[in-house]
Design a protein around this ligand. Structure first.
Ligand SMILES: [Zn+2]
Length: 252
């Protein structure tokens, strides 16, 4: 049996699968991997949360960088991998998608937002650090272009920041809890495009295995956790999932 056929067979047998995605699925949509060699964070240091809060110069720089990347985010579209995951959610195979990505592509591919658990937040909108109010980026950018800095929260005067989790910022508690609960409960855990190096991401595969789930890792490069996976594919995510979905449909 080929690896793709085994993947299709495991997806067919699953009753409550969890998909866990990292940068590798989004690079197939043209979103750069910030952490990769040559990635943006190897060229300029990321802005730490405490510097964002305490320095208006750092806030300006953070917003400048965010708006400089707007074209890449705005023009990116879900790829075959995202579409296959959305189909797996739609047929009830996958209950939750846990993602390290901040690009909103799972929601854009049609996964209901209540099924997406974003460990690192979302860069497509902003949030007030004081009252938590959601704010859209477009008016913030218009203000930034005129005044050279982002506006304060219209509700409470607090600082607005993209709704992402920065270095030095606490992990979102409720998302972590939901992710751990879904991982413990699942019968199949599928890692897509994560090198599984950064915690907390790195802890999830073992958590799933301890709960009795089978583990699949699809990543272009080998990971440190390949050795205890039930199936490992070092392939592109989109074509691999698409091929597995075709097999699922043929034998449905
Ligand atoms: Zn506020």
């Amino acid at each position: 049996m080929t690896s793709v056929a085994r993947l299709a067979e495991m997806l067919r047998a699953a009753r409550d699968a969890v998909v866990f995605t990292g940068a590798g699925i989004s690079t197939e949509s043209g979103i750069p991997d910030f952490r990769s060699p040559g990635g943006i964070w190897t060229q300029m240091a990321p802005i730490e949360f405490q510097d964002f809060v305490s320095s208006s110069a750092m806030r300006k720089e953070a917003w400048r960088r965010r708006f400089a990347m707007e074209a890449e985010f705005a023009n990116s579209k879900p790829n075959a991998g995202h579409v296959a995951i959305a189909a797996l959610v739609g047929r009830g195979t996958v209950g939750h998608v846990i993602t390290q990505n901040i690009d909103n592509l799972h929601q854009l591919s049609g996964v209901p937002s209540e099924r997406v658990i974003e460990l690192h937040g979302n860069t497509r909108y902003a949030k007030c650090l004081e009252c938590g109010m959601r704010a859209e980026l477009e008016p913030i950018r218009a203000h930034f272009d005129v005044h050279g800095e982002a506006p304060d929260c219209p509700e409470c005067g607090g600082l607005l920041k993209t709704a992402t989790i920065s270095f030095g910022q606490a992990m979102p508690e409720s998302e972590m809890e939901r992710a751990e609960r879904a991982t413990r409960a699942c019968d199949l855990f599928v890692v897509l495009g994560s090198s599984l190096v950064v915690y907390p991401a790195a802890g999830f595969p073992l958590l799933a295995k301890r709960g009795g789930a089978r583990l699949v890792i699809i990543n272009r490069e080998p990971t440190d956790q390949d050795y205890f996976a039930d199936l490992v594919l070092h392939t592109e995510i989109g074509p691999t999932l698409q091929a597995a979905m075709n097999l699922l449909k043929e034998t449905a």
